[in-house]
Design a protein around this ligand. Sequence first.
Ligand code: SAM
Length: 223
Amino acid sequence: MLYVVPTPIGNLEDITLRALRILREGVSVILAEDTRTTRHLLERYEIRTPLRAFHAHNEHATVSKIVAELAAGASMALVSDAGTPGISDPGFLLVRACRQAGVRVECLPGPTAFVPALVASGLPCDRFHFEGFLPHKKGRQTRLKYLAALPHTFVLYESPHRLLRCLSELVEVCGPERMACVARELTKVHEEVATAPLADLLTAFGSREVRGEIVLVVSGKDD
Ligand code: SAM
C-alpha cells in the first residue's frame, strides 16, 4: 500500500489525525521530498518512522525499486515538503507506476495551498482552473494567453521574486481591471490575502519588498 499524505503548508497544526496515525504506525518507511523538512514535522509529533529521500532528481530512477518493494508487501507513505504530493510536487510518477503494478494507493485529504487561496480570495470558486507554476521561458506567453481567455477563475503558484513580472504580464494579457488575489504566507504568522484589480496589485506589491510563498488567483474573463 502506498499512502499519499498531505502535510502542513505552514501551520504545523494543519495535519489530520489519520495522517499522524499512518505516519506513526501505518507504514515502515516515509518517502520524503526533503528529509530535513519532514524530520522537523515528525519531531513535533514524536514520530520515529524511518525517512527515505524521494525528490524530483531521483524520482525517475527510484520509482521502479519502490514499486517492487510495495508489490512485495511493504507499506510506505509519500510526503512532500508542504501540502499534497503530486500537486506541483513529485508524486505523479510513483502513483501511476503503483496503479500500473496493481499496488493499492490511498491519498488522504489534507492541506494544499490553492484551496484556501481560492476560497479566501472572494473570487468565484464554483469553477476554476489550476495552472500551478508557469514555465519560466519557453511556452510562457502561450500559457498566459490561454489563461487570459478562460471564462472562469484560474490559480497560479508563484515565487516572491517573480511576482511583479507575473502581475505585469497578467495586466498585459487580462487587462488592468481584471480582479485578482495575491494570497501570501497562508496559515503562517504573516498571512496576507489581497484582492483587487490587477493594476492595483501591481502598484501595491511594486512599492514594497515581497517575501514568502504566494498563490495568485485571477478571475475569469466573463466574471
Ligand atoms: N504541494 C503543494 C500544495 O499542495 O500546494 C505545492 C508545492 S509547490 C513546490 C510550492 C508552492 O506552493 C509555492 O511556491 C507557493 O506558490 C505555494 N504555497 C505553498 N505553501 C504556501 C503558503 N503557505 N502560502 C501561499 N502559497 C503557498
